[in-house]
Write a protein that binds this ligand. Sequence first.
Ligand SMILES: Cc1cc2nc3c(=O)[nH]c(=O)nc-3n(C[C@H](O)[C@H](O)[C@H](O)COP(=O)(O)OP(=O)(O)OC[C@H]3O[C@@H](n4cnc5c(N)ncnc54)[C@H](O)[C@@H]3O)c2cc1C
Length: 435
Amino acid sequence: MPRNKREHAIVIGAGIGGLLHAKIASQFFNNITVLDKDELPDGASARRQIPQGGHANALLPLGQALIKGMFPGIASKFEDDNIPVIELGRTLAYHARSGRMSDFSPTLDIHSFSRPYLEWRIREELSSNKDIKFVAGAEVAELLRAGDRIAGVSTSGGRDYTADLVIDASGRNSTTPMLLKKAGFESPKSKFIDAHVGYASRIYENVALPEPLNALYIPPAPPQDTRVGVILPIEDGRYMVSLMGMDGNYPERYEGRWMDFAKRLRLAQFYDAIKDADPVTNVSVYRNTVSRWHSYESIRMPMNFAVTSDAVCSFNPLFGQGISGAALCAAALSQWLSREFAKGGNLDPSRFQKMLVKTNGPMWTMAEVEDTRCSSVEGQFSVLKNALLHRYMDMVYYAITRDSAVARRFAEVMGLVQPMESLLYPDMLARILRA
Ligand SMILES: Cc1cc2nc3c(=O)[nH]c(=O)nc-3n(C[C@H](O)[C@H](O)[C@H](O)COP(=O)(O)OP(=O)(O)OC[C@H]3O[C@@H](n4cnc5c(N)ncnc54)[C@H](O)[C@@H]3O)c2cc1C
């Protein structure tokens, strides 16, 4: 940690990305101001600007480890709040295209909660830090320029905030490319992949899963089967039930059609689990699921300004990577700031933005592999590279139903605690070819 902290950092956005970056920034700056255009509720309630909060938001093993490391007291709060634990390898039934994934031991255990709960819990952890101030209802409308650097921001209410660093975590609908242009700086090019994914979700009580299960996942198998379903336990003894469709096969809001979609999933166990369960909410729908990457690493960025998390790269959320990705970006912020503080002077973000390429690249590839199986997929990707990966992943999907060591490695890769290449290490390759 630096011996001389600087005075003030602004974080744009109090989503999970913004919160994790505020935590790291507080180790380098005396004061942090987190600005969000939304209202920030006192409890674990939905927010207007976080529509994904009404849908399944799994926190993968990597994200759990990083967040528990950043907030050492948080795991005991999960226990106090009776947050359920999913034991991957035992209590989650993962039905791959060629059958149910084998159980494995030791299991990979993760806490499972709703997105509003997790965000509120982290905000609570930060609220005990007097150096971090939240300003709700503050929409950043302008970046304040001073020569080659950003000196602060201006809100749509006309209030200026100056800072030694502005961290932009404004999420997948970020307007930063436009704000940079307006301030006279270069604006990044972007690429996208769109597999036309839609969500429709509702919360239930009294879901009927057979022992010892507490979670069920039917992943996509495009192009033949584009229907996806997930049941996850959350706080208060409830379950988040999300239906997702790829290739424009969207689940709908209307009760009858929503149930009909559930009935047509490739595994009857899913419908059986919810048919007599008690809905607690209406169905909410969401379709803004394009994977998009703004290449801030390729432009001349203003000094003292860093863009991060979904505002740089947002993924098709079917793979549950976003929060873990945000935690990785926060870890990169810590490394970058340590280096820049040691150098002194203005904070040059070009290195940080390049670090995020390494962070986001593997997650982008994982989403791309499945997205590019869809017949309606649009965007920028390599057909040949993905065709080879499809062939290999088909063998992996088959092997996980027969070999518990491959199943565990696959779960580790999907949980981001092992790299995708680890499915090609000689021991795994031999098992996958043998299966
Ligand atoms: C349907 C769906 C399902 C998902 N499921 C998962 C999952 O299972 N697992 C997982 O890890 N991730 C999932 N994600 C992704 C995950 O929600 C995000 O990647 C993660 O929360 C990090 O987001 P963020 O903080 O960068 O942005 P966000 O969570 O979008 O937060 C951005 C914040 O910035 C604020 N803001 C925006 N513009 C301004 C402005 N100009 N001024 C002030 N404030 C502003 C917004 O109000 C908001 O609070 C899902 C996403 C979607 C859409």
